[in-house]
Ligand binder design. Structure first.
Ligand code: NAP
Length: 246
């Protein structure tokens, strides 16, 4: 995947467990990286001082931040839509504020950002858009109905982009990840007992994922190796779905 050299990528959620590793892997391969998140302080000095790295802080649910961000981006070869939150809530307690909290970042911000990128001609012909979804879009878990719904909506939206932008050779694919060891996994763990955590982990024939497992798939989807893939949903789950009863 050395064909990323000199190409320009934009990564949302770059301050998160997965996004940060995607940044590192891109920089290693000579790509030029534009990244966003809210909490710049978690990025290490090596990333922040890299000549091919630009960080643009933004709350992607804030319209002013979105329009400022868009002005600082160059034409792009690829985008990773990685920002997202989990925020579990049992069905009977769901209020409008919970729906808004999840959907505003996991879905709305992605639609609005994509529109702005397209309007401002920042998506090069043959660019590749990657959306971070979750196995919960098909196999929800208790307390995660809103999160699962936001990811199901995202996958459907990505397929719409694949169709609309195909004439320019622009591709859009989703990665449907199972549990990956990041801060998000820590939040999931906090809602479970030790026995429940052990049970969850034992359901993974290859163990739970590392951020690099997802980063490798992102780089593949950005590279020419995946040039005939669009509108796809790539399951990345360490074999979890082999244990599914469906
Ligand atoms: N980890 C998993 O098990 C797993 C499994 C399946 C799918 N995914 C998906 O993969 C993506 C990345 O997950 P992760 O594990 O890397 O999560 P993470 O470590 O919790 O990082 C989440 C990222 O989203 C950013 N973010 C959240 N709200 C934002 C907002 N309002 N504006 C701008 N940025 C915002 C965070 O930025 P700040 O921290 O700077 O605010 C952070 O960079 C998410 O979409 C998640 O749903 C994760």
């Amino acid at each position: 995947m050395n064909d990323l050299k000199g190409k320009q990528f934009f990564i949302t959620g770059a301050t998160g467990g997965i996004g940060m590793v995607v940044v590192e892997e891109c920089l290693k391969r000579g790509a030029v990286v534009f990244a966003t998140g809210r909490n710049e302080s978690v990025l290490n000095a090596q990333i922040l001082s890299h000549p091919d790295f630009t960080f643009i802080p933004a709350d992607l649910t804030n319209a002013d931040d979105l329009s400022s961000l868009i002005k600082l981006l160059p034409p792009l070869d690829g985008v990773l839509f990685g920002a997202g939150i989990i925020d579990p809530c049992p069905i009977k307690f769901i209020k409008q504020k919970h729906i808004d909290a999840i959907f505003s970042i996991n879905f709305d911000s992605i639609c609005l950002l994509t529109s702005l990128l397209a309007q401002n001609k920042l998506l090069k012909d043959k660019s590749s858009l990657v959306f971070l979804s979750s196995v919960s879009s098909e196999f929800p878990y208790k307390g995660g109905a809103l999160y699962a719904a936001s990811k199901a909506a995202l996958e459907a939206y990505a397929k719409g982009i694949a169709l609309e932008f195909a004439s320019k050779g622009i591709r859009a694919n989703s990665i449907r990840a199972a549990l990956v060891e990041t801060a998000m996994f820590e939040k999931t763990k906090n809602a479970l007992t030790t026995e429940e955590i052990a049970e969850v982990i034992s359901a993974y024939p290859l163990g739970i994922g590392a951020p690099l497992d997802i980063a490798n798939a992102v780089l593949f989807l950005w590279s020419d190796l995946s040039s005939w893939m669009t509108g796809s949903v790539l399951n990345l789950d360490g074999g979890l779905l082999l244990n599914s009863k469906k």
